[in-house]
Design a protein around this ligand. Sequence first.
Ligand code: IVH
Length: 692
Amino acid sequence: MSDTPEAARDEHAKLVAEIREHDRRYHGEDAPTISDADYDALRRKLLALEAEHPELVTEDSPSQTVGAAPASGFGKVLHARPMLSLGNAFSEEDVADFTGRIRRFLNLGEDEEIAINAEPKIDGLSASLRYEKGKFVLGATRGDGREGENVTANLKTVGDIPETLPEGVPEVFEVRGEVYMSKTAFRALNEAQAAAEKQIYANPRNAAAGSLRQLDASITATRKLSFFAYSWGEVSALPAETQSGVLKAFEDWGFTVNPLTRLCRSVDEIMSLYREIEAERGELDYDIDGVVYKVDRLDWQDRLGYVSRSPRFAIAHKFPAEKAMTVLNGIDIQVGRTGSLTPVARLEPVTVGGVVVSNATLHNEDEIARKDIRIGDTVIVQRAGDVIPQILGFLPEKRPPDSKPFEFPEVCPACGSHAVRDVRESGEMDVRRRCTGGLICPAQAVERLKHFVSRNGFDIEGLGAKQIEMFYETGEVMAPADIFTLKARNDRLKLEEREGFGELSVKNLFDAIDERRKIGMDRFLNALGIRNIGQQTARVLAANYLSLDALLSVARKAAEEGPESEAWAELTNIDGIGNTAVSALTEFLAEPHNADVLERLLAEVEVQDFDAPAQDSPVAGKTVVFTGTLEAMTRDEAKARAEALGAKVSGSVSKKTDYVVAGPGAGSKAKKAADLGIATLTEQEWLELIGG
Ligand code: IVH
């Protein structure tokens, strides 16, 4: 855990950003990239950190919300009663604790029976269906629990959702439950998607989410979605006094209640039902990931109430992850778009929890070494509602006698360049090994080239991501220098004859390229896309060395002589430059391919010396934060001007901030500035301060 307040704040910010990103991938794109277990671990870490540092809890911390905020495209629905999540139990002991807590809270005697309604935990997405006078009027997703998306039209296409309820139902009634896709429907959908070369869904839950959130409800109608009712939101009256009684009423009203639902009267009964359902799980035509236990008596549910975001009267008893054994046939090394080498296990195909698994992640080389997993081993594979299965370990008795420890390659399998592990600022080795090939590595080249021409790089008009992809595919632009030779090669290329190009646009493109033959040193450095040398670091380096030659001569020396050298120390002594940046820069230069790329590029372009920022400006050395909408200039321009005047531009307000420049729509940052007593300027006042 983080000891100092600053470290805790940094760690908190990192966790929040990470969780938000995973929420977005999961809810916004229906394409999660980590396992549920890893996600839960992240959230637990956040909760633990916030428990220790309560000052870090903000209203919008993921600890205070459930899932992701609604995506755009649908109208928003503020839930009349929030849609909450459930606490988890993983063992019989946790279940006994749950009933014990209820007993204590309600002050019940040892032998007073607590009836518990046990319901399978359906692995889909929850929805709230509002009925007024028996008519379905509004249907919403959970969203962040407080506010969801209006998906009424889509929900109307779901077979188990009646449009009208029988006479005599309460005036207002919100039925809540789970929208899911059966395994049969899921397989059929993916087959059809594959045939039409459309998106393949990773699992039935993602398919259900993706299908429900189609903007065109007629598409949802073609996806066979189903619905189990299990809960409710705002109601004008309840049809029963127990959970099981309400579910019975739901059935009478035409909803489907899960048939494995049972009323249990003791922890023993709960546990035997849990085992029964777990044993049946593989044969069910829908995914479940546990059993939910709810106190049956509604008056007790009311008294028990809620603790933070989950009810005290209910808990989800999760199933352990599903496991299987199979043989590890090989380990492939994949090179990501940023150059990181990821080992992927190639497995003898095996069915784990109803899904055929033939690949699994091995994370990184330390993990392989730590687990001593070798090709030919019989390994245990785990899948926990996951997208990417994991390898837990191997069976020693089945290890082939001639097996050898896996040797992680030290060269990139895509381009043959050295693959190295960074040393972090803390002195630790980074877990990832990365290819240093950069621009010459086919696995990375396209992304690097896109970065090269991007707005903060060479910013060539008419040459964006699309054109780069096209030129890379045809083999006409494989390295940055090739961009500058396009014109000379055009006799042969005849770009004007291609689709999407005309004579004028080709002329404009060549003009735009020529215009960039002169480029500022900081832009140039940033455009190279060297890891850890982004816009900010590039600027600091440029501001310190002023000319590219001066920088390169020190950096080349540092590359040759290593971290103990004077040149290395000179670089790391610069404020804002650490070992990580210097390692990245020297590795880049030490790689002959890169040196070659650089040399070819320098033959085409002229890198201009850095204009030293004015030291006598009124804002030199000051820290500025821009927030809200700026009207006279773009954010990038404002930043560049401020920096040229020697100011530091920061993204967040702290005690170190000198000025906050707030345009219309400025929110929390302006407020924080006011709280801290920091001067807040309008854009106009700022312009006056810096002299227009
Ligand atoms: S009750 C107030 N019952 O699990 C409690 N939830 O972590 C509201 N789920 O968001 C939930 N089956 O998507 C409840 N029989 C069931 C469920 C169930 C699946 C899901 C639901 C909820 C999540 C809670």
